[in-house]
Design a protein around this ligand. Structure first.
Ligand SMILES: Cc1cc2nc3c(=O)[nH]c(=O)nc-3n(C[C@H](O)[C@H](O)[C@H](O)COP(=O)(O)OP(=O)(O)OC[C@H]3O[C@@H](n4cnc5c(N)ncnc54)[C@H](O)[C@@H]3O)c2cc1C
Length: 368
């Protein structure tokens, strides 16, 4: 049986594990341990690929805003329109209040402008907020470049290597994986939807990182919307959609169904709900449904991410709970985590961010 030794074993090669490995690799021996045959198979490869400073709420916004400069090579123009009918009216007010006096700038938009931006929109949508800073992210390229930077820094990536058991051993940890045994000084838990299971194996604090299914369906509509139309978010949380190249539309029913961590697939009912909600909102004809997919968005109990050392298990580091914002916050998250792991001052671009709201320590009173 093979046995590898490393300073830091990062469990999970999604965007979290990849970006953190890229930051750490020049400073320590890094081994990324990935269960699947190729990295990015789970949430990272299934996102809606946008960067929105309001998405995730005020607790997440500093991470998203700080990440913009590092993400710039991967960002493309988009904009976002948060639209409200009577049902979304209060939520639109809350959105405006949450971000009053802070990024992003939200511009009130009236009925006439809404119908110019979204031809065929129902008359019931009378108010909107424009989030002009919203952009698209080239997720696949960002993830691939992060893995390449990690490799370039000396990190090794072990695929087909699901971690099945973790034991405390002298001076560190022993991980039993499908690809052999690994001894590591530190374990980083970047296992996305599986983060609670990894923590349980290691005897770390039981923080409930709960996966929630989110569905996207790709449609062709008549008329086809221009690909540069804004991302449209229903303020009441019933759907969002964004046009893509070739007259296609990505549509989500904004579902958030708690499920066990698994290789999730879309449910027909969620796809039908998405289409029904779109048809109530606009007068477009659906020409074709091309494909649909689902992914897991995994949240901690307070919906803020969890970055930092476990209060009970020495050498176990949480990097989980990235919810629906794990791509857009990845550079800042990785910089904060790298600073904590290396015991160094964090990089300048995150120096102003207080890491306390993301510290696993905040769950110590509720963890049994
Ligand atoms: C439909 C949808 C739309 C989204 N849209 C956006 C968006 O527009 N913008 C945005 O910023 N975010 C978005 N997100 C959220 C984003 O995709 C996630 O927050 C992010 O991908 C999480 O990255 P991760 O690396 O933590 O998880 P993952 O990408 O899931 O990676 C975790 C990895 O850990 C591995 N693993 C698990 N268990 C083990 C084990 N025992 N041993 C070894 N490896 C293991 C898994 O195989 C997996 O590869 C969206 C998510 C979904 C589902």
């Amino acid at each position: 049986m093979q046995c590898r030794t490393t300073d830091i074993a990062i469990v999970g090669a999604g965007i979290a594990g990849a970006t953190l490995a890229a930051q750490l690799a020049p400073h320590a021996r890094i081994l990324i341990v990935e269960a699947e045959a190729y990295p990015g198979y789970h949430s990272t490869g299934r996102s809606a690929a946008f960067w929105s400073e309001s998405y995730g709420g005020p607790a997440v916004q500093p991470l998203t805003t700080a990440s913009e400069s590092a993400l710039r090579p991967y960002l493309g123009a988009r904009s976002c329109l948060h639209i409200a009918d009577a049902e979304g009216d209060a939520a639109l007010d809350t959105l405006a209040a949450d971000f009053a006096g802070r990024a992003p700038r939200l511009r009130p938009v009236g009925r006439d402008e809404i119908s110019q931006i979204i031809p065929g929109i129902s008359d019931s949508y009378v108010r909107a907020l424009e989030e002009n800073s919203c952009q698209d992210i080239d997720v696949a390229r960002y993830h691939a470049d992060s893995l390449a930077a990690a490799r370039h820094g000396g990190a090794e990536i072990l695929t087909d290597a699901g971690v099945a058991a973790i034991e405390r051993s002298a001076g560190g940890w022993t991980l039993e994986t499908r690809a052999g045994r690994i001894r590591a000084g530190i374990i980083v838990n970047a296992a996305g939807a599986w983060a609670s299971g990894i923590a349980a194996m290691a005897g770390a604090m039981p923080i409930a990182i709960t996966p929630h299914r989110r569905t996207i369906v790709q449609l062709v509509t008549d008329p086809a919307m221009p690909a540069d139309m804004p991302l449209v978010m229903d303020a009441a949380g019933r759907f969002y959609f964004k046009p893509e190249a070739g007259g296609r539309l990505w549509l989500s029913p904004h579902d958030e169904t708690p499920v066990a961590a698994h290789d999730v697939a879309p449910e027909e009912l969620d796809v039908a709900i998405a289409i029904d909600r779109l048809q109530r909102a606009v007068d477009w004809r659906i020409v074709r449904r091309e494909r649909s997919w689902a992914g897991l968005r995994s949240f901690s109990p307070d919906r803020a991410p969890v970055y930092g050392p476990d209060p009970r298990a020495e050498g176990f580091f949480w990097f989980a709970g990235q919810g629906g914002f794990g791509i857009q916050t990845a550079p800042a998250a990785a910089a904060i985590a790298a600073g904590l792991l290396l015991g160094c001052a964090p990089a300048d671009f995150v120096a102003g961010i207080d890491p306390a709201p993301y510290d696993p320590e905040r769950f110590i009173l509720t963890a049994s």
